[in-house]
Design a binder for this molecule. Structure first.
Ligand code: C2E
Ligand code: CA
Ligand code: CA
Length: 935
């Protein structure tokens, strides 16, 4: 048996029991009214008597049962009331619902309402007066309601729409969908939170206003778009409907939210498509199945010239001026080319695409007139180009080409089209055939990169070689992979030939066709820059010996031939990769790499000298040449510039010359230092003149017959501030390397003529002055005027001046020398040949020069007392000189024996340390008289 709680439903203070009965009739009436099925019962606390009205047996499920059975059931059912109300004050109402099972096993509900009543005038509760009602039906309804509630709850719970309930702006319930909406996993994350946690600040006021408009339970707002905020802060648009409801007896809002993202997206897509149709540049025309226009976009207006208003409702075929058969277009794959007409009659080249839609068609008409025309123009231009253009398809076959391409490649169109590009034979500048996978078009297709300005050679079918400057690039750079490649090229054969000739001329010596200085330096530069990896570089600087003699004595054309032969011999004497150059004059250079040992360089130098010294026959004359060779080896990591290497090789060559020619010398740093000292000395020498470091010594020349001093030789001296006395043997050659010798020569002439003029006057002497002339001074056009001027200003008679010229200076350029000497003679000056015997001049040659004096070289005098040969030579020189009326002077006489022999041999004059050393003028002549105190 089940019992609801016993409840007191009223105070009943006002209720008074009816007279004459144990129970208050008022209540009975009241109770009786409540239901047809209500039956009265009463219970007396005094004796626990339980009485009931007939019919109640039915209410307790025991219709027609014996009284005792009914009593027992009723007593049991009301037991909670009888037990609980004995002490209760009178006139209180109590209510109890009980369930029980009938004999048939049917579950029934009975409601028992009771009031505590008073007996007569007594005080305190005497018993209960009650009504029993069968409420089984109502209970069944309530069960149904509970079921319904459960079902509804489930419905809400599982609704795809998010549903939440909030009460006083605090969420009290959320369904499953709402959890997902709000980004929560469990209701606990949401329930109990204020709604403004889930609404944006913007949407909250509107939501509250909408909900506030609801007044009665069941009222709902219309759907409204609301932006909600998820737990993670992200925003979300929903369509929400608010509903005023009660939640656990209190007013609350139930909010149903629907995800409108998809709906919004669909709407957006529609808007987008509409905009697209509006703004595309292609005409979009919708028609009915019969071809009547239903839509005509702005592009269609532009392309065809008809406004949408004019077009809609008309036949599309009439508007585009051509048959439009969407069915055929569709059959042919949806796209076709057509010629349409604008409303002004002009022709349009249109690409038509068609699609079926809603029983009609949509036609997309792209106006390609402009670019198809451009295409035509382009092909006309390409056809007219001088530049060859060919297009290689994705498969590497030639797909098209312009006339220039076929002309340059020497093949007709039909031979080339379809040919795989690898069939073309291309060679690079080194003459190597370009392998198929390195062909420019193949590389371009593989890498997508443009190959620009490549120079290649191609062999034409007619056997002619053509040089091409070629560029290949992908046809459509947007889609490089596997795309077509366009190769354009110009025929540069002729330009190249000219260029090659010019380049050759710029880098080669025209006489020998050997490399010139520029090319030598370039090659040296390359060899040196490749040093880290490459082998050592060796430079041989080769200077022909005695070439000047050949050139001077046999003429330039013979000289040129000799140079050509020498160049050819050098070229044959070196390896294929070695470079032979001519730097000018008789200077050659060999650059070779790969020599690592000095021994190899030595062998090469010997080999080259051997080749050069082979006798050569030029215009019927056999000539011998030799060479001085300077060698410099640059090992890996050498820091010298090409110019430095050449200079060092030159230094070594100079050393070879100095050491006697016809040999080779290796460069070493000491050599360079010597050279540098020479260079410094030359610089010092320029200053020496200004600084008074140059002065002249005088050495007496004695007449052997009288023993008298008949002349003095002026010998130049340099007192260097650091190095002390420097011999003219060292510094005169330095001065000869530049025009400094002329400056110095002039100075010597001026000072010595002045000195001697004074001394002659001082002592009343007829003393000659001998002054040395260097070979280069003979070339100086200022020499003759300068001598004339010196004589004129000092008053020295021309016949008192004897100019000494060495044998080699006279032999250098005999014709020119003869001219200068003649001019000097015309001044009345005497001339002497100095150092006679050291050269190869014959007296016959000397005779032509009309000299006055011959000076026998010191080397013969030194040996004259010991060697009979020397004596014999001196004897014959004296004899021959006398035969042509030359005065003979012996130089370098150092003792009495030599002097005696010379006197015996009839030598005219002599000079030497034995007769007098070179000394200052003061030492030789005594101090000059003080002006004005002359005696
Ligand atoms: P040179 O013309 O043959 O001069 C004679 C040289 O022999 C001088 O040497 C002189 O000092 C030296 N000498 C004289 N007597 C003897 C002797 O008994 N024994 C030895 N061993 N030597 C003797 P120096 O002064 O050193 O001059 C060398 C050369 O320099 C000269 O040879 C001359 O060719 C050149 N030179 C000197 N002064 C001048 C000049 O003013 N102009 C030019 N162009 N050359 C000059
Ligand atoms: Ca001399
Ligand atoms: Ca001499």
């Amino acid at each position: 048996m089940e019992a609801d709680a016993l409840v007191m439903t009223g105070t009943g203070e006002t209720g008074v029991p009816a007279a004459g009965t144990k129970l208050g009739y008022e209540l009975i009436a009241d109770l009786a009214l409540t239901a047809d099925s209500a039956f009265i019962w009463s219970f007396d606390f005094a004796d626990d008597t339980l009485t009931w009205m007939p019919g109640l047996d039915g209410v307790v499920g025991l219709a027609g049962a014996p009284e005792a059975t009914v009593h027992a059931r009723l007593a049991e059912l009301i037991a909670p009331l009888t037990a609980g109300t004995r002490k209760a004050p009178p006139w209180r109402d109590f209510e109890l619902e009980q369930s029980f099972e009938t004999d048939d096993g049917e579950s029934r509900w009975i409601r028992l309402r009771a009031r505590t009543v008073v007996e007569g005038d007594g005080e305190g509760t005497a018993g209960l007066l009650g009504v029993a009602t069968d409420v089984t039906d109502r209970h069944e309804n309530r069960q149904a309601l509970a079921d319904l509630t459960d079902r509804y709850r489930l419905l809400v719970e599982l609704s795809p729409d998010a549903i939440c309930v909030h009460e006083g702006e605090v969420i009290t319930y959320v369904n499953h969908a709402a959890l997902a909406f709000l980004g929560a996993r469990t209701p606990a994350e949401v329930v109990g939170k204020p709604i403004n946690d889930f609404l944006t600040a913007d949407s909250l006021p509107a939501v509250l206003t909408r909900l506030a408009s609801l007044t009665r339970t069941g009222d709902s707002t219309g759907p409204a778009e609301t932006t909600i905020k998820r737990l993670d802060g992200s925003l979300f648009t929903v369509e929400a409907v608010g509903l005023l409801t009660t939640w656990e007896g209190r007013p609350a809002f139930q909010v149903v939210m629907r995800d409108v993202t998809a709906k919004k997206a669909a709407a957006d897509a529609l808007r987008y498509q509409a905009a697209l149709v509006c703004h595309v540049s292609d005409a979009i025309i919708a028609t009915t199945g019969e071809g009547v226009v239903t839509s005509w976009n702005p592009a269609a207006e532009l392309v065809y010239g008809w406004t949408s208003a004019q077009a809609v409702g008309k036949l599309a075929t009439e508007l585009v001026g051509a048959p439009l058969d969407p069915e055929t277009v569709l059959r042919e794959g949806g796209v076709s080319q057509a010629t349409h007409r604008r409303n002004d009659g002009s022709t349009l080249l249109i690409r038509v695409s068609a699609a079926e839609m809603n029983g009609g068609y949509v036609l997309l008409c792209a106006d390609e007139t402009a670019w198809r025309r451009a295409e035509q123009h382009y092909s006309t231009v390409v056809a007219a180009l001088d530049e060859g253009v060919i297009v290689m398809g994705p498969s590497g076959h030639i797909e098209s080409g312009n006339p220039a391409a076929f002309r340059i490649l020497g093949s007709p169109r039909e031979d080339l089209i379809g040919l795989p590009c690898v069939a073309l034979e291309l060679y690079d500048e080194a003459g190597r055939r370009i392998p198929p996978d390195e062909l420019p078009s193949v590389v371009t297709r593989r890498t997508g990169h443009t190959q620009n300005g490549l120079v290649v050679r191609i062999r034409r079918p007619d056997g002619r070689d053509v040089w091409l400057s070629l560029t290949s690039r992908v046809l459509s750079p947007d889609n490089p992979a596997g795309a077509s490649v366009v190769t354009s090229f110009t025929d540069i054969t002729e330009r190249r030939a000219i260029g090659a000739r010019l380049a050759h001329e710029a880098t080669h010596d025209p006489l020998t066709d050997l490399a010139n200085r520029t090319l030598v330096l370039n090659r040296l530069g390359e060899a040196l820059s490749g040093h880290a990896r490459g082998p050592a570089t060796t430079v041989l600087f080769i200077d022909l010996d005695k070439f000047k003699v050949i050139n001077d004595s046999l003429g330039h054309s013979v000289g040129d031939k000799v140079l050509r032969i020498a160049g050819e011999r050098l070229r044959r004497g070196v390896g294929k990769t070695d470079l032979v150059g001519r730097l000018g004059g008789d200077e050659f250079v060999v650059v070779t790499t790969g020599i690592t040992e000095a021994q190899q360089a030595r062998a090469l130098a010997e080999h080259l000298r051997d080749a050069l010294t082979e006798p050569m026959t030029v215009i019927g004359r056999q000539l011998h040449i030799d060479a001085s060779i300077g060698i410099v080896m640059a090992e890996a990591g050498d820091r010298r510039a090409p110019e430095d290497l050449l200079r060092d090789a030159d230094v070594a060559m100079y050393q070879a010359k100095t050491l006697g020619r016809a040999r080779f010398e290796f460069f070493d740093v000491e050599l360079r230092e010597q050279m540098q000292r020479r260079l410094r000395l030359e610089q010092d020498l320029r200053d020496a003149l200004q600084n008074g470091q140059l002065w002249t010594a005088y050495q007496p020349v004695v007449d052997l017959e009288t023993g008298e001093m008949v002349a003095v030789e002026a010998l130049l001296r340099w007192t260097h501030p650091v190095h002390g006395a420097i011999s003219p043997v060292e510094f005169i050659p330095l001065a000869e390397e530049s025009d400094l010798i002329n400056v110095i020569g002039k100075h010597v002439l001026r000072t010595t003529t002045r000195e001697l003029a004074k001394r002659r006057a001082q002592h009343g002497l007829d003393l000659n002055l001998k002054v040395n002339l260097s070979a280069r001074q003979l070339d100086d056009p200022q020499l003759v005027p300068m001598v004339r001027d010196a004589l004129a200003t000092t008053g020295l008679p021309p016949g008192a001046l004897c100019l000494e010229v060495t044998e080699s200076a006279l032999m250098r350029d005999q014709a020119a020398a003869a001219e200068v000497l003649a001019a000097l003679r015309n001044l009345g000056v005497l001339l002497a040949i100095d150092d006679f015997g050291t050269g190869y001049s014959s007296l016959a040659q000397l005779q032509r020069l009309t000299l006055d004096t011959l000076k026998i070289d010191r080397s013969f005098i030194t040996g004259i007392a010991e060697s009979r040969d020397a004596e014999a030579i001196v004897t014959s020189i004296i004899a021959m000189a006398h035969a042509v009326d030359l005065i003979v002077v012996a130089e370098g006489v150092e003792d009495e024996d030599q002097l005696a022999i010379l006197r015996a041999l009839g030598c005219d004059q002599a000079q030497g340390f034995h007769l007098g050393r070179p000394v200052t003028a003061e030492q030789l002549f005594g101090p000059l008289p003080v002006p004005g105190k002359e005696s």
